[in-house]
Design a protein around this ligand. Structure first.
Ligand SMILES: Cc1cc2nc3c(=O)[nH]c(=O)nc-3n(C[C@H](O)[C@H](O)[C@H](O)COP(=O)(O)O)c2cc1C
Length: 177
């Protein structure tokens, strides 16, 4: 058993970096919130990824939230190197609100990040971005919650992906907020 798999299932995201002809998209599981106020996120990206050089160059990136319906494109983003892969993908790139880096129209959400810190840990670089703006599909988020009908994507093993069951479990004597 590979030890890192003990922390799975994890959500899978798309990282958009660069702009114009140099726009690129990669899949990333190793993404997390690191600060609430200001809202900051981190992502671990290996130096051999094309995306790594684009984040270093432009100092911004977008975290896009794909749905299960985007799995074909997620797989291309996660297995091909460099912007050429976009010709095979079906996603539509649209302007972001605050960044030159575009967002993905079909994504459930796009979180726009300006790079504020980077640090190498082992074989990955931990990029931290401050969230400067965001957009989301109104059918995917309601009442400060994800709508699970939108089929949020999670990853269990290299080729294996899942989505969430609709049933919500609450601890005893805790009421919904
Ligand atoms: C589901 C999935 C999750 C991945 N998560 C990460 C990750 O968190 N960090 C990383 O550096 N690579 C990750 N990868 C690998 C990159 O997405 C892959 O190497 C991709 O081809 C890099 O694209 P690029 O060279 O165009 O940037 C993941 C791949 C898949 C399929």
């Amino acid at each position: 058993m590979k030890p890192y798999r003990l922390l799975y299932p994890l959500r899978t995201y798309l990282i958009v970096a660069g702009n114009g002809e140099e726009t690129n998209v990669m899949a990333a599981d190793w993404v997390t919130i690191v600060s609430f106020r200001p809202f900051m996120v981190g992502v671990a990206i290996a130096p051999e990824r094309y995306t790594w050089g684009l984040i270093k160059k432009y100092r911004e990136f977008v975290i896009s939230v794909p749905s299960l319906d985007m799995l074909r494109d997620v797989w291309i983003a996660g297995t091909r190197h460099g912007p050429e892969k976009l010709k095979e993908m079906k996603i539509t790139l649209v302007p972001s609100k605050a960044l030159e880096t575009p967002s993905i129209k079909e994504a459930l959400a796009n979180v726009e990040c300006r790079l504020v810190d980077e640090r190498d840990y082992g074989d990955h670089t931990w990029f931290v971005g401050e969230v400067v703006d965001s957009s989301y599909r109104k059918d995917a988020f309601e009442n400060d919650r994800p709508n699970l009908d939108a089929k949020f994507l999670a990853h269990t093993a290299w080729t294996d992906f899942v989505t969430f069951e609709k049933h919500v479990h609450r601890p005893p004597q805790v009421h919904s907020r």
